[in-house]
Each structure stands twice: as C-alpha cells, then as structure tokens.
Design a protein around this ligand. Sequence first.
Ligand code: ADP
Ligand code: MG
Length: 339
Amino acid sequence: MPHIELLDQITIDKIAAGEVIERPASVVKELVENAIDAGSTAVTVEIEEGGISLIRITDNGCGIAKQDVENAFLRHSTSKIRSAEDLTHLSSLGFRGEALSSISAVARVELITKTREDVFGTKYIIEGGKGRTPEETGAPDGTTFLVRQLFFNTPARRKFLKTPMTEASHISDLLTRLALSHPDISFRFINNGQVKLHTSGNGKMKDVIYHIYGREIANNLIPLEFEKDGVRLSGYLGKPVINRGNRNFENYFVNGRYVRNSILAKAIEDGYKDFTMQHRYPFVAFQIEINPEKIDVNVHPSKMELRFSNQQGIYNLLYEAISKGLHEPELIPEVEMSG
Ligand code: ADP
Ligand code: MG
C-alpha cells in the first residue's frame, strides 16, 4: 500500500471545484450572485463559445480592496459570514467562500476591481490556482471578472461540456431567472457580440416578464400579493390558459434566491389542479420573503436546494394564495402594461 499523504492546496481546490463549477452557467451564477451581493445596480454578462472560451462579468458594486484581493480567492474566505451562527440569519446569496477559489482552480481568471474609496483599482491574474502579484490599475468603480478557457486543466470535466449553443442556453435561462428575481438590477447579456437580454432595472417584475416572455404572457397575469404568519408572497400567477408541458415556466425565489423545492412545486401543481389539464404546468413568477431563520440554504454546495423549517406551513400558504388568486381573478384589478 502506498503511504497516505495530504493533497496539496491546488489539487484540493481542483477537486472541490467539481461540486460548485459544473459548467459555464455555474461560473456565471456564482459571479452574478457575487455582483448582486456587492450591491450592484447594473450587471453585464458577455460570453463567447457558450462561455467555454470566455465569460466576462462586469458590475458596478462595492469592489474589492487591494489588500483583500488575494484572500478572496482562498477557499472558505468570505466577507459575508463570520461564524456558523450567521448561517441562521443569512441575507446574502453567497456565504461559503468557495466560488472564487473553485473558478480560479479550473480556469484562467483576470480580475479588475476598484472600491469607491480607492483612487486606483487592482488587477489580479490567477490561472489554475496560481496567482500573480496584484497590480495597480486605472479602473471604474466595481468589478470585472474575465474567465477564460474553463476546465483548461481538467480534461475530464471538459469532456462533459455540451455544445456552445446548449451551454449558452443554460446561461440564458439562468440570467432570465436572475433578472426576474432582481427587477431592480439592470441585466445585460451579450452572446457572441449580440445583445440577448437587457432589462431596465426599474424595479417592476412585470416589465421584466414582458421583456423576457413577451406580450401574450404579460397580458395574462394575475398579481399575487399575500402575507401570512410573517411570510410574504409577491409577484404574478399566469392565467391557466398559458401553460406548457414542462416546469420551465415556474419561477420562484426565496429571499431573492432561485431555488428548486419540491414543496413549492407541489403547492403550485395542486393550486392549479382544477384549472389545467394533467401534465400541463403554469407560468408563475413570484418571490417569497421569509425570516432567514426559518430556512436552510446550506444543503448543497450549489445552494440551489432549500429547506423550510415548516414545510407544511409553506405548502398551505402557497396553496391558499394560488387558490385565492385563481378563483377570484375578476376581483383583482388588471394592471395595464406600459411599453
Ligand atoms: P462568497 O460569495 O461565498 O463570500 P466567493 O468565493 O464567491 O465567496 O467570494 C469571496 C469574496 O470575494 C466575497 O465574500 C466578497 O467579499 C468578494 N467578492 C467576490 N466577488 C465580488 C464582487 N463582484 N464585488 C465585490 N466583492 C466581491
Ligand atoms: Mg459568492
């Protein structure tokens, strides 16, 4: 038997990256969530070749101070929590401090960032986990990440990538949801030089729905406003006439986070049951605001899964809100679309 040895940090990061960074869309998700956490009001995502050869994400958020830049790329380094106790009342999208170390372990990364307080910005290059010395540079306030040649040093991962078109469509779906969940942020998505999405950031979810899904859907929405037991629901329910054969039209966000959750999916299905045929799924786009102490997002590294402490309560609440919305649409004033 060979003797047992601890792996070096670069190898550890490369292996761990597999849990967080599966494909170009995972990089975009992590970096855009960071941009959102940084208080950005405008985020631009540019990709080439489905994000495999290039992803560039520019935000106008708080930036990273020069002395923090190298630390930001260390595994488990984060500005968002200080102890496990903070996990119980999490308000940011990130908290694991794993994204930057994971991305830089499996790609070539260039960061340019500047805080409002600093006169100069910082440029930092880190490729396959190996960082150069950060340099001073002129830069606007905010942060730009350039991520090139994803999985250049992990061929096993690269093999599992789909065509650039498929990878681009994953990114497009993701940005659609990020734009819907943050109508107050202007999102721009540029794929191979073409602008594919550009939301205004005016704060109105309905305008984002109109922009992404078009007039027919925007004209067939029932506003959802419901509050009970300290849980707030807001957004839109599609009228049952606009349905489709899969769940891709179901967008729900918990405290600004896009999640998949079987309880919510079931409540939507049951709430619409009397109004749609079997195996047809509605359009919905709504936010759930809930005390962070009543949920756990630290279930999986991708943070896509979420547990509610009171599952039955959440089911009942959503079911009741949907039934009410669908049974009394004529009682709710139609909001006319602008533009
Ligand atoms: P996490 O988001 O879980 O804290 P990350 O690895 O994604 O971990 O990021 C590490 C740290 O780098 C963040 O906590 C934050 O302080 C900083 N950071 C990353 N991206 C940005 C950004 N776009 N703007 C400002 N700070 C950022
Ligand atoms: Mg993060």
